[in-house]
Design a protein around this ligand. Structure first.
Ligand SMILES: Cc1cc2nc3c(=O)[nH]c(=O)nc-3n(C[C@H](O)[C@H](O)[C@H](O)COP(=O)(O)OP(=O)(O)OC[C@H]3O[C@@H](n4cnc5c(N)ncnc54)[C@H](O)[C@@H]3O)c2cc1C
Length: 383
């Protein structure tokens, strides 16, 4: 395979920039164009909910460095992809040709508002975080729709500012990913810190225009000064319409991050690994996964062997001062083995294992290097 002369990356964030750096590290000296639609350029999203909602000064540390990568930047959204012509069209009317293309457009926040309903707040971008922070500063009460990681981090930021918070979901906190054991402990932790948890029988609806609250399935209505929707994300694929590359799950990739079209690769939150027989398609929209896939995609673009599998199932969160780190496959079922500490004290290392399946290890309330946590998932490691 010959090396491409022109590589274009659409999506200026961690998957795209990791691929760009890996291409340069592997000696690629050709043209490298980065198409991004955000005025703030490339920055880390995880601190948005953990730090930036609480403190504007934390914005100073978000930017991903890239001055050394010799990138040609196009700051405009990609609006169309011609897979036969090998051209990306941007909103400002440019036509950007490529030999190899990396789709790294990530995801957008899932919205619950009706089409014309205004005022829904979501958290995906730095601009979103700035807006929510300003609203938190003026609020006395908040409703967070969604008891996943993001929703609980937003709730934590509200509590830190003295705002009374209600979290509404049809499931208990973190249940979908971390299972009933962890959900119970995290729920108790939230309640101890004054967060009101409401488990609705079904999906809730936003009320007001602009949004002022939520309607519960039982007919009740909750209102607050601030309502934030944290109801998951949807792959950013509208610009791929007509290419056959994307469906509602995003862009399917193989173990080399190749798509179904030669010369087109995908990585990060926009992509999902083609499932094996009998498996369900699912994305893993986490930061470490985006890094792993960015590196694999770069190697594949250059026709080189992949450095490691195109996935990394590590992620972390912090809920009301409680750090949680997870390494291993999700979702979790059943009860864990306690390796160290005491989960009731909010300081433990827990392991889930089942015959023939990879282990998952959780550091609950304990700051521990991720490398150490990874060794604990090893079947020949400590028991
Ligand atoms: C608030 C928040 C907190 C998070 N916390 C954690 C955490 O603690 N741990 C963890 O593991 N993960 C966390 N995540 C998830 C993590 O940030 C994502 O998995 C990661 O950012 C994915 O990287 P990506 O490069 O694939 O996509 P993204 O970061 O979504 O970047 C995609 C980029 O492409 C741009 N784009 C989209 N469409 C177009 C287009 N048509 N043309 C040009 N550009 C386009 C977008 O604007 C964006 O800049 C968090 C996410 C959020 C929002």
């Amino acid at each position: 395979m010959t090396r491409p002369d022109a590589v274009v990356i659409v999506g200026e964030s961690i998957a795209g920039l990791t691929a760009a750096r890996e291409l340069r590290n592997r000696g690629y000296a050709g043209s490298l164009t980065m198409i991004g639609r955000e005025p703030d350029g490339a920055y880390a999203r995880p601190p948005l909910s953990k730090e930036v909602l609480r403190d504007a000064k934390k914005e100073a540390h978000l930017a991903y460095p890239h001055a050394d990568l010799d990138l040609a930047h196009v700051r405009s959204a990609a609006v169309e992809l011609g897979t036969s012509s090998r051209i990306v069209t941007t909103a400002d009317g440019r036509f950007v040709p490529y030999d190899a293309l990396l789709i790294a457009t990530g995801a957008d926040a899932r919205r619950l508002a009706r089409p014309a309903q205004t005022g829904e707040l979501v958290l995906r971008t730095l601009a979103d975080a700035r807006l929510i922070r300003r609203r938190i500063e003026r609020a006395r009460s908040a409703i967070v729709v969604g008891a996943g990681f993001l929703g609980l981090e937003v709730a934590s930021a509200c509590v830190a500012r003295g705002v009374e918070v209600t979290v509404v979901d049809s499931e208990s906190p973190l249940l979908r990913h971390l299972g009933p054991f962890m959900s119970g402990h995290v729920g108790a932790h939230l309640t101890r810190h004054g967060v009101r948890l409401i488990q609705a029988a079904r999906r809730v609806h936003l009320v007001g225009d602009p949004v002022t609250g939520v309607a519960l399935p039982d007919g009740g209505v909750l209102s607050a000064d601030l309502v934030v929707t944290c109801a998951g994300d949807v792959p950013a694929v509208t610009w791929l319409s007509g290419t056959g590359l994307a469906g509602s799950w995003g862009v399917a990739i193989d173990e080399r991050c190749s798509t179904s079209i030669p010369g087109v690769y995908a990585a990060g939150d926009v992509a999902y690994l083609t499932p094996g027989t009998g498996e369900r398609a699912s994305r893993a929209p986490f930061w470490s996964n985006a890094v792993a896939q960015g590196k694999v995609a770069a190697a594949s673009i250059l026709g080189e062997p992949r450095p490691h599998p195109p996935k990394d199932d590590y992620f972390w969160t912090e809920i009301l001062g409680l750090p949680i780190k997870v390494v291993g496959p999700l979702p979790l079922h059943g009860d864990p083995v306690s390796i160290e500490g005491d989960v009731d004290e909010g300081d433990a290392i827990l392991r889930w294992e089942s015959p023939g399946a990879a282990r998952t290890v959780v550091a609950y309330g304990r700051k521990i290097p991720v490398g150490r946590l990874r060794t604990m998932t090893n079947p020949s490691g400590p028991r």
